[in-house]
Design a protein around this ligand. Structure first.
Ligand SMILES: Cc1cc2nc3c(=O)[nH]c(=O)nc-3n(C[C@H](O)[C@H](O)[C@H](O)COP(=O)(O)OP(=O)(O)OC[C@H]3O[C@@H](n4cnc5c(N)ncnc54)[C@H](O)[C@@H]3O)c2cc1C
Length: 500
């Protein structure tokens, strides 16, 4: 059922077994998944059912590091940012979970097989088509499957492989699952309910309640045996940092990790290519025959390890603009490659395509969310994102394109031209994926991570986080499928603890 926080009696306390803060992909998934248990669930959502200007302003933040579209990257009403997400889905590749010393000194404390059953459930939640191919992501499978569409020889060697993505409709969690939550007898969704602070006992080992406020001025508390913070990857650290009554540096922040390691994928168009073999699976837009899936190209894990590169997925889009004249003044190392490829054996009918990337960031401790001095209408300090990219991010993009250009030329399949304005593009604030990751990273060791492998905040017995903020490393897959999978796993953890 739905209720409105503006009508809750002032200074009262509402009780539940599980309090979930935030009704986006994670919060709605968890509330639905718990609705078939006998646990009483309270889902707090800052916004209403539609976008409202005053609530919208609460998401406003500063970006005093590298330019970053802090406000655009998240929405503040029921359904959260899934109200405008793009629906691209892919699990994190198995090698993302392992320790890659050139990427990060720790990696994940769990492996991909731990998440596989939950990924399958998550695919249902985001409504990925499972027929006729079922749960298949590996390139070995897709190479066979796509044979009729003509897999280019480029993808048959051991340098470049395909990376299949699936496309959610895209599922708008707020509208798609509204009726389910309305029907759920033991789930109360409280709209216009802003979590202002997580309260704890004196030793800060137990969350004793959540202080809630509305823009109309109402104030009350909610309590739960378990509290799950699911407010998105920028607001999770903000709420922990704002919760400073018993711990002046914020909750879960004894080791100065909350808010650090903020990451996003670099995404955007980087140039054009002419390609001889044009498998439809690699195209979207007008030429797409299969709108439910898209294949991108990537260097194999062996090449990534040998070259010590971050992972970069490279996609092609049909272009309506035609191909611009070849430009030898293309910037950086790629210029030499363009020359090489231009001279490569190439002829016959070709297809002009735009080339875009989705690139893995390197976790960077100094890329962080802190609290700014400015306050919002609820009197809360706004967040300040000090986004800082690592030098190796762009170096990996350039090297990946260089190798891809070489392979295109070597196999005689085409030529790749990197846009001369590419250098400016990588500095463009909007060449990001709006994937808010890393700010409360997962690690078994409390000195190296904010949450443990079960998503529980280290040192606090009943506080959990459901968000891409827990990703310690990220590969190039979009995050939401993994957020949903981790959240479904969290559901089992909560049930095991509270309703065994
Ligand atoms: C333009 C765009 C395109 C995208 N495309 C893709 C894509 O193709 N594939 C993909 O995987 N991902 C994509 N994403 C990212 C995707 O939207 C997020 O990964 C996903 O929505 C995160 O889910 P979440 O539940 O963690 O947070 P959100 O969906 O942001 O939900 C958080 C909720 O918490 C609420 N909230 C915040 N603070 C409080 C508070 N103090 N108290 C109470 N409630 C609060 C918010 O109102 C919101 O409803 C895209 C994002 C953008 C912006």
């Amino acid at each position: 059922m739905f209720e409105d926080a503006r009508s809750v009696p002032r200074d009262s306390t509402m009780e539940a077994d599980v309090v979930i803060v935030g009704a986006g992909a994670a919060g709605i998934t968890l509330a639905r998944a718990l609705s078939d248990t006998n646990l009483r669930v309270l889902l707090l959502e800052s916004g209403g059912l539609e976008e409202e200007a005053k609530t919208d302003d609460l998401r406003h933040g500063l970006d005093s590091g590298e330019p970053y579209p802090v406000d655009f990257c998240r929405l503040r009403f029921f359904g959260g940012t899934t109200n405008h997400w793009g629906g691209w889905c892919r699990p994190l590749d198995p090698w993302v979970f392992s320790r890659r010393p050139w990427v990060d000194d720790q990696g994940w404390p769990i492996d991909r097989t731990t998440l596989d059953p939950y990924y399958e459930q998550a695919a249902g939640v985001v409504e990925l088509p499972t027929e006729p191919t079922g749960w298949q992501w590996g390139w070995d499978y897709w190479r066979q499957e796509l044979k009729d569409e003509g897999v280019p020889p480029l993808l048959d060697g051991d340098v470049v492989e395909g990376a299949m993505f699936r496309l959610s409709p895209p599922t708008r969690f707020g509208t798609r699952y509204r009726a389910d939550l309305k029907r759920a007898e033991r789930v109360v969704t409280l709209l216009h309910a802003n979590a202002l602070e997580l309260e704890t006992n004196d030793s800060a080992q137990l969350v004793t309640g959540v202080r809630v406020g509305t823009l109309s001025g109402n104030r009350f508390r909610v309590t739960g045996r378990i509290v799950v913070v699911a407010v998105g990857g920028l607001d999770v650290p903000r709420l922990l940092l704002l919760s400073d009554t018993t711990r002046p540096k914020g909750l879960g922040n004894d080791h100065d990790l909350v808010g650090r390691y903020f990451m996003d994928h670099r995404e955007g168009s980087v140039g054009t290519a002419e390609i001889a073999t044009l498998p439809t699976a690699f195209l979207g837009g007008k030429l797409s025959l299969f709108a439910s899936r898209r294949a991108l190209m990537a260097l194999t894990p062996e090449v990534l390890e040998r070259e010590q590169l971050l992972a970069v997925a490279v996609g092609i889009d049909d272009t309506t603009k035609g191909v611009a004249p070849l430009v030898d003044k293309a910037t950086g190392v790629t210029a030499a490659q363009v020359g090489t490829v231009q001279r490569a054996l190439y002829g016959g009918k070709s297809h002009a395509v735009d080339v875009f990337i989705r690139a893995e960031p390197k976790p960077n401790r100094s890329s962080r969310v802190v609290l700014g001095d400015e306050r919002d209408a609820l009197g809360q300090r706004r967040l300040d994102l000090r986004y800082t990219r690592s030098a190796s991010d762009d170096a990996s993009i350039r090297r990946t394109l260089e190798i891809l250009a070489q392979e295109l030329g070597r196999t005689g399949e085409g030529q790749l031209r990197i846009a001369p304005e590419y250098t400016e593009q990588v500095d463009n604030a909007f060449l990001v994926g709006c994937h808010l990751m890393g700010t409360t990273r997962m690690a078994d060791d409390p000195t190296r991570g904010v949450v443990d492998r079960d998503l529980k905040v280290h040192g606090i017995d009943n506080l959990y986080i459901a968000s891409s903020s827990v990703f310690p490393t990220v590969g190039f897959s979009n995050p939401t499928l993994t957020i949903v999978a981790l959240t479904l796993r969290l559901r089992d953890e909560i049930v095991a603890r509270l309703a065994p």
